[in-house]
Write a protein that binds this ligand. Sequence first.
Ligand code: UD1
Length: 426
Amino acid sequence: MDKFVVRGGNPLLGTIKVSGAKNSALPCMAAAILTEDEVILENIPQVQDIETERKLLTSMGAEVELGYGRAQHRTHIKCAILSDPVAKYEIVKTMRASSLVLGPLIARTGIARVAMPGGCAIGGRPIDLHINGLEAMGATITQDHGYLEARADRLKGAHIVFDKITVTGTEDLLMAATLAEGESIFENCAREPEVTDLAALLIAMGAKIEGAGTGTIRIQGVAKLHGARHRINPDRIEAGTFLIAGAITGGDLNVDCCEPKHLGALISKLEQCGVKIDVGADHVRVRSGGELKAADITTEEYPGFPTDMQAQYMALATQAEGTSTVIENIFENRFMHVQELIRMGANITISGRTATVRGKTPLQSAAVMCSDLRASASLVLAALVADGETILDRVYHLDRGYEHFEEKLRGVGAQIRRMGDVFGRK
Ligand code: UD1
């Protein structure tokens, strides 16, 4: 298993580029299932989850050509024949987003067999809302040996009010509804930019969708979708991670190729912390003299403060003067970075869904363990300001979602390198 070795102390200076959003790319790749024509996606990030999705689609009979190195990271997907509409456990066990193929598979082929998903260990993470929605659209769903099997001759449009806001649930049902018979109205939908990005692709494929990005989405089902070309949005979580990297190290960092409109909640929080922010059309410059003030956050659905930035923000809070309260509203078990931050010298207490961070505490290097994707990023951020050399184990969690993370950080002055396992294990 690869490790990162990080020596703290350098302010990050210069320009760092943001890649395409993993969480947009995953549903957009799944959307290719809905047509037998070719779908071309640009700005697909080179991360492990995308490789997992490539394997998943290929195992079903699709042709997928990931165009890394080529201009725009252009990826071609053609699902002309889906000979085996099964998402096998061996492939999906590391990635919860594999439940995204459920809706498009049943809509296109009338049958889907999907292993119950794995992914980040941040809470129970059920998919009952996906299942209830597909049943409301006329699918029959059974479960056996860890697999869900869904069947329907043709899905029917339905009026669905989500009990709870779910990002991939909204995306899954949105894809299913594009080929359903009649109209679907979904309420209490996720408004995340990734939903809007997916809807833009689906509309380019011939789907009739109104209201994506709002709480209510209307879809008129069509008989067939066709191929399309689409560029994936910049990754707002990667951009946010870099903004915090600039702020925590007392740097001057230009986070380029991002969409500042998607970063509103984080930017205003950083400003409360005393960080200077300049927003351009597609870049955000972050400057900090190293003097940070505490500020509280509560994670919420978009446009609130993203749960996917909570762990990184917590690293920053350890370096702010005063007490910051961090409330995690979305997932019940998303404080796994806390124990590791404490081992590095942070003063954090947890009570239920609330973490209280008392700063500023000097951080010391230590051997730490990455537990999930965003927790890994949090530990790298802490290591960038720690005294000495921190060794981060299990960085495969980070590789699921950050493209060339260490190279990008090295390019702006971080001392970070990857160390392969002496036994060659992955
Ligand atoms: C997506 C993102 C993930 C992010 C999360 C919240 C992708 C691939 N992943 O995950 O990075 O952290 O949104 O912004 O886009 N829930 C249910 N039943 C369901 C589905 C969800 O109870 O059927 C609950 C979850 O347990 C959680 C909440 O709803 O408490 C939100 O989860 P959801 O928005 O579905 O997260 P994901 O789509 O899995």
